[in-house]
Ligand binder design. Sequence first.
Ligand code: MIC
Length: 649
Amino acid sequence: MGLNVTQKIIKDHLVTGEMNPGEEIGLKIDQTLTQDATGTMVMLELEAMGVERAQTEASAQYVDHNMIQADSRNPDDHLFLESAAKKFGLHFSAAGNGVSHPVHMQRLAKPGQTLLGSDSHTCANGCMGMLAMGAGGIDVAQAIAGEPFNVKMPKVWGIYLTGNLPDWVSAKDVILELLRRHDVKGGVGTVMEYYGPGLENLSAMDRHVIANMGAELGATGTVFPSDEEIKRFLKSQKREEDWIELKADEDAVYDFEETVNLSELEPLIAKPSSPGNVVPVTEVEGEEIYQSYIGSSANPGYRDFAVAAEIVKGKAIAAGTSFDINPTSRQMLADLVADGHVASLLAAGGRLHQAGCNGCIGMGQAPATGRNSLRTTPRNFPGRSGTKEDSVFLCSPETAAASALTGKITDPRTLEMPYPKVKDPDEPKLDFKLLTDPLPLEEAKKIELQRGPNIAAIPEMEKLPDELKVPVILKLGDNVSTDDILAGGSRVLPFRSNLPEISKFSFEMLDETYYDRTKEMEYEQGHAIIGGVNYGQGSSREHAALAPRFLGLRIVIVKDFARIHWQNLVNFGVLPLTFKNEADYDDLQLGDVIEVTDIRNSLEKGNDIPAYIAKKDKKMELEHALSKRQVEVLVEGGLINWIKEGKKK
Ligand code: MIC
């Protein structure tokens, strides 16, 4: 039987396990990507693990998230990262050079390879015929050290594209359509693989837009074939030699399949405050907006800015509307300037920001309280914009630009103008300074880490006790995101390299008293948290596991987990369990004390974990989905301890 592209890449990189969906496999990782908000922790982990030099073919450290320099914390982190990149043999991209995903695509992405990144949107580079996956920082640190990445073998979801996008409809509407059909859990346990004749009409950057937001469906990865369009893109970046053809065999099969007819799509929009809350733009048309925001890795292409520029050219945006332009790389900005697009955006009233993630992670451009913000970014979880009471919609650049002109949510098809058909330049202005090369080994050995006062070493974590008696101190609902657990934004992000400080912000979005209560516990062994479905969706930030662990979190019991957060809990020694009988979720209350005994034995014996609530004389069956390796990691109290103990077989 033939193979699809995902299976081909997995087969080429399989180190351990069998390719049976749901079983843990170990994959050789060719490339890694880290960004500053997660990278400081990764560098500390490499240090704690005693790693000398990256063993991958290419590893790159980007500075794109924590860019506001309101005090010394972020710039100190940037210096630390630059020194760490030199020391560990990584490529480095300085602040202002651009967002990791498109820069990685321009400089390093290679068809047929694997990429692991400490950012959930790493899947964006699946547009290049790669298997690109987001993971927690410590998994990426392991990959940098040359260890395989362990993940459950995904199912492959074949998405057959036919037709051609109508005028005023673009790549963002394709992924919004999949979110409309399947919501934020729809891709869990799968790689979304696109194929079919519709691909001919999607540029490499259009595919990046679609691949990027596979993360919003919870997918393990997104994969596109490597075809003539990828060859053209690589040629435009002077890297044609990196191209290989990679497509599914004629007789390939998918675990399940679905068709998207591009010709039938219309402008779509995700309403506040979930990327899965998608409706046609026509349904919310006319609502007043405060802000229209263009940029981020979810619409990073030259075309995405150029189309907006052509829409507003010679016109003025509506009075009172903030039209925020966030370029995604210096290289692209140079072309947009040269071709007059930046001038058109500015003349119309646009506000130009530096190249980076910026408002996408709440670092600047926060909207006014309760006022509508339209964004081409990937997420709109509550408060992520930096404004607690925000109201963020996700849409295409066409819809954002049209709405900026009217000051109201506007279907771009109603504009009285021909559709500006712009495309990415075949000969972009290349800026090879975007990424510096790794230092040679001998020079790297001489580098000292530049550690400012905000860099705190990772504290030692104790082993998992064999008996736990822990009270439930938070009971949460469905779809809790990592933004809910540990927010982004300019108040919190500067502490990503400082665990004791960042832990003070844990769960403050959901319960402002959580931190104080962790300090008042009458039970010395820590605490438990209860949640619903898709617990921990969203970002890869391992801090969302690490910070509550630091405050004593030992057990999380939910209906089901999002992949990356589940793995992050394991990596930091928190027991991730699910209810065997979901009705137990309703019975559990704050203050109930959960007793679990003989933990190691139960974890090793099977998947059932018996628990007891003495106050209610209630027995409860819990379950785990851990591999043998994960059980060992957990019992040691996390991956760092496990590595130190030399438990690796
Ligand atoms: C995101 O889109 O949520 C982020 C910000 O890029 C994160 C990374 C982070 O929290 O640092 C992600 O997606 O992993």
